[in-house]
Each structure stands twice: as structure tokens, then as C-alpha cells.
Design a protein around this ligand. Sequence first.
Ligand SMILES: NC(=O)c1ccc[n+]([C@@H]2O[C@H](COP(=O)([O-])OP(=O)(O)OC[C@H]3O[C@@H](n4cnc5c(N)ncnc54)[C@H](O)[C@@H]3O)[C@@H](O)[C@H]2O)c1
Length: 277
Amino acid sequence: MSMKDAGGWLDNDVALITGGGSGLGLALVERFLAEGARVAVLERSAQKVAALRERFSASEVVAVQGDVTSYADNERAVNAAVEAFGKLDTFIGNAAIWDHASSLVDLTPEQLDSGFGELFSINVKGYLLGARAAARALIASEGSMIFTLSNSSFYPGGGGPLYTASKHAAVGIIRQLAYELAPKVRVNGVGPCGMASDLRGPASLGQQDLRIMDSRTPEAIASILPLQFFPEPADFTGPYVMLASRANNRVLSGVMINADAGLGIRGIRHAAGGLHL
Ligand SMILES: NC(=O)c1ccc[n+]([C@@H]2O[C@H](COP(=O)([O-])OP(=O)(O)OC[C@H]3O[C@@H](n4cnc5c(N)ncnc54)[C@H](O)[C@@H]3O)[C@@H](O)[C@H]2O)c1
């Protein structure tokens, strides 16, 4: 029996996912469909939008090409979801770029300036504009927002100062919006650790074609995680389903789930914790 036949946790729900063309966003599209939801996607890459349209029927996925840094594009995506499926239950702010761990002193002052503008526009302003565009529909449906955070929302060293600061800023967005939008809308976050995706860097730093796994190996990522495995994007989707589900989450708002294979419990003595297998 498929998950859908068994009755999904998100039956008849409608979700909008930004950056749903690859990596974690695409895994969320697949998982939300399997749980019975219909999905709209806002995605910058025309190629990825075409691939979504090719793969999924318009009765299950509506893919909108646009940029999260534009309010008009966010509004178009919300309208497309509501026009196609009648309502919006969950907004997932997820599109982001990385800084390839460029450190403070490795960046020239000019790069720090332009890199900040580009990365914060996507990772922080994009979340705010998407939330603003989705707010009315979510108040009407008493739905929820979920933002993709990162281990860099909690710890240093998962990026450089630009990315780490942007992911900490997303924590502030969650706390503030959970406060402002109660009692109608629950607002939460999920912070994944490393995974193989198409995650790239700012064009203003010349990193637009550089992917996260170009400088990392699955083994290196697994070795720093207490749970000692290399997660797939799909491994992170469960917490989003739980947070989105009205039946399974009436009580969590302003909550950040560290979906980071135990990074926070590394302890002082051994990266892998107590059990040395
Ligand atoms: N890959 C990792 O190791 C990792 C770790 C922790 C957190 N994350 C977070 O996961 C989320 C998803 O990233 P991913 O790793 O799946 O990368 P990804 O690049 O595969 O997915 C992000 C998607 O967002 C799209 N996008 C980028 N800028 C956009 C814009 N301005 N407007 C619209 N769409 C845009 C990209 O085209 C891409 O399809 C991000 O928030 C990222 O910070 C990733």
C-alpha cells in the first residue's frame, strides 16, 4: 500500500514551496504529494521549472518561475496556488544560497558588501517577502509557515559569516512571525545539516556555478555527524510534514527543529559521542 492509499498526514492540504526545483525543496514536493497534499513551487531556474512541469501533472503541482527577492513573484506564486487548488495551508520558505564558507578575512571589503546584498536578499528578504505574500491566505485557512534553517542557524563553521548570519536571521523571522501571526498561523523552522543538493553561492562572489558537494565528500560530512551517516534530502522531510499537519501539530509554534543528525550533542571529547562502533 502506498503512503497515499494509507491516508496521508496532509490529505487535501495545499503547500507553496520556494526553491522546490532541486535538493531539499524537490524532496519536500515529493513527500508532500505522497502525504496527500497538492503543491505550488516558486523557483528561479527555468530549467528546473520545466522539469517539474514535465514530471508532475498540473492537478498536483503548479510550478511558477520567479525570484524570491521579488514581492510580485511571491504574490504570483501564492495566487497560482490559490487559483489552482482553492486555498493555501502551508508556506515553506526554503530557497537559499550558500557562501561556500568564505571567511571574513578571505572576502575583500567589496565582496563582503556585494555578497551581503545578494545573499541576504535571497536568504532573508526572500523569506520575509514570501511570508508577507502568503500571510492573508494562511490567516484565512489557519495554516502554517515553515522555514528551512540550517546547522548554521545554531553553530559556526557550517558556512562563512554571510551564510551563518543569514540563517541566524531566519530564526528571528520565525520567532517574530510566530508571535505576530498567533493565534491564526503557526510558524516554525527545520534546520538540516549537510546533504548533496544543487546549493550554490552568490554570483557577486563568482560562486554561481559552484555546488556544495564540489568541496565536500559524503564521508567527510558523515564523519562529523554523531549519527555517522550521510543524509539524503528526503531524510529531512519528516519534520516538515509533522509541523504542517494540523492533526499532528496543534501545539508547536516558534519552534526550531534541529534536523542535524545530532550535531548539538557532539560533546567535548569525541565527535561521535560515547558509542565507538
Ligand atoms: N545542502 C546543504 O548541505 C544544506 C544544509 C543546511 C541547510 N540547507 C538549506 O536547505 C535549503 C534548500 O537548499 P538545497 O541544499 O536543497 O539547495 P538547492 O540549490 O538544491 O535548492 C535551492 C533551490 O532554490 C532555488 N533558488 C535559489 N535562489 C532563488 C531565488 N532567488 N528565487 C527562487 N528560487 C531560488 C535554486 O534554483 C534551487 O532550485 C536552503 O535554505 C539551504 O540553506 C542546505
